[in-house]
Design a protein around this ligand. Structure first.
Ligand SMILES: Nc1ncnc2c1ncn2[C@@H]1O[C@H](COP(=O)(O)OP(=O)(O)OP(=O)(O)O)[C@@H](O)[C@H]1O
Length: 374
């Protein structure tokens, strides 16, 4: 375990009855880093978090916290002994206690003066000083969640676990609070793990994001790498929008697509470094909406099939000459009607190329695949 590593999950598995819920999950978190587990409902995010907290035993693998083995088959260090704080979706505040008393709840080991000082400090940090005497039902959802955060931070945990902490809040508050929480955690140098199925939230809060599917870790990396260098089709489709455009490897190793030849920034997640597919192989190329640029001068044309106004931009669904479809995020001053033809050009610095299993060399025309959420 490296000096700066706070948490390491080493291939942990967890089962409920006969059902394998977390399947050899691994990742590490450095001190002060914010990690996030992201994935579809039921993929095991909360269960993984509960293993880290010490609420669930592991059936395989090991969890290390601050260099100490805290979970392994047959051994679970209790949650109280782990110095882990938790914030849940449903706040779980004590209704009969004031805000200040809620925040001070976990400080039973401190004397009264220390406790009062720590509570005052946290109320100040979280902007709750003015509502210290109120009761939870007299607070807004955002304020209640701040109290839950202050309460979890009060005993100075080594690690903070946040399980869908913003999902009960409306969208604008969720955005604001998630940014506030990130700033706060960074300022206090807190190591934390957030569980969410909302990728905007994951992007706003986390340094590292783990995309999970069926209990397994698909990819653990920065948001930038998840978006631009997804390791497989699932990550490519789950994170961000885009299209898989059919392509064929040319004799010089470029990729021929309906948007032209792609030669630069090619990245093959399925291959070892410096590997390549033989000429004639059929592949799918991930094209993100921001890779497609509006250009009146371009020889490449596409017909507007759908448009979604987003304020600063319009998301166009465009059909190319031979039938394939791409998405384009275009400044909204270029307002074109459905059915109109517009000029586009590809400007992609990352071109992710997936093989099409069993299709090497075969040619299939006009195939298109829109990713979910596109
Ligand atoms: N106590 C339990 N006993 C049996 N099965 C459980 C228990 N808790 C969760 N499960 C099952 O484990 C699987 C993973 O649940 P988990 O809550 O970890 O998923 P999740 O990724 O956090 O999902 P969500 O985003 O919907 O909260 C689900 O199929 C769920 O039904």
């Amino acid at each position: 375990m490296a000096m700066n590593t706070l948490l390491e999950l080493d291939r942990i598995s967890c089962t409920y009855g006969q059902q394998l819920i977390v399947d050899e999950l691994s990742f590490t978190l450095e001190k002060g880093e914010i990690g996030c587990l992201l994935g579809p409902s039921g993929c095991g995010k909360t269960t993984a978090l509960r293993c880290i907290a010490g609420f669930e035993p592991v059936s395989f693998g090991q969890i290390w916290l601050n260099g100490v083995s805290v979970s392994r088959p047959g051994f679970v260090l209790s949650p109280e002994q782990r110095r882990v704080g938790m914030v849940f979706q449903e706040y779980a505040l004590f209704p009969h206690l004031s805000v200040a008393a809620n925040v001070g709840f976990g400080l039973h080991r401190s004397n009264q003066a220390e406790r009062a000082q720590r509570v005052a400090e946290l109320l100040e940090i979280t902007g709750l000083a003015e509502v210290a005497k109120r009761y939870p039902h007299e607070l807004s959802g955002g304020q209640q969640q701040r109290v839950a955060l202050a309460r979890a931070l009060a005993p100075r945990p080594d690690l903070l676990l946040l399980d869908e902490p913003f999902s009960n809040l409306d969208v604008s508050l969720r955005e604001r609070l998630s940014q506030e929480v990130r700033e706060l955690l960074k300022r206090l140098h807190i190591t934390a793990i957030l569980v969410t199925h909302d990728q905007a939230e994951a992007f706003a809060v986390a340094d590292k994001i783990g995309v999970m599917l069926a209990g397994k870790m698909m990819q653990w990396s920065s948001a930038y790498d998840l978006y631009h260098r997804p390791v497989n089709r699932f990550v490519a489709s789950f994170v961000g929008q885009g299209v898989l455009l059919p392509g064929i490897i040319s004799s010089s190793g470029q990729v021929r697509t309906a948007c032209g030849m792609l030669a630069d920034g090619l990245y093959y997640p399925g291959l070892p470094e410096h590997g390549h597919y033989p000429p004639g192989s059929e592949v799918d190329v991930l094209i993100r909406p921001d890779d497609v640029v509006y250009d009146d001068q371009s020889a490449l044309n596409a017909v507007v099939r759908k448009k979604a106004f987003r304020g600063a931009e319009i998301l166009y669904t465009l059909e190319l000459a031979d039938g394939p479809v791409v998405l384009a995020l275009v400044p909204s001053r270029h307002d074109r009607a459905i059915g109109e033809k517009i000029g586009i050009r590809l400007e992609a610095s990352h071109v992710v190329v997936f093989d099409r299993p069993g299709r090497a060399g075969a040619v299939q025309k006009n195939r298109q695949e829109l990713l979910p959420g596109s």
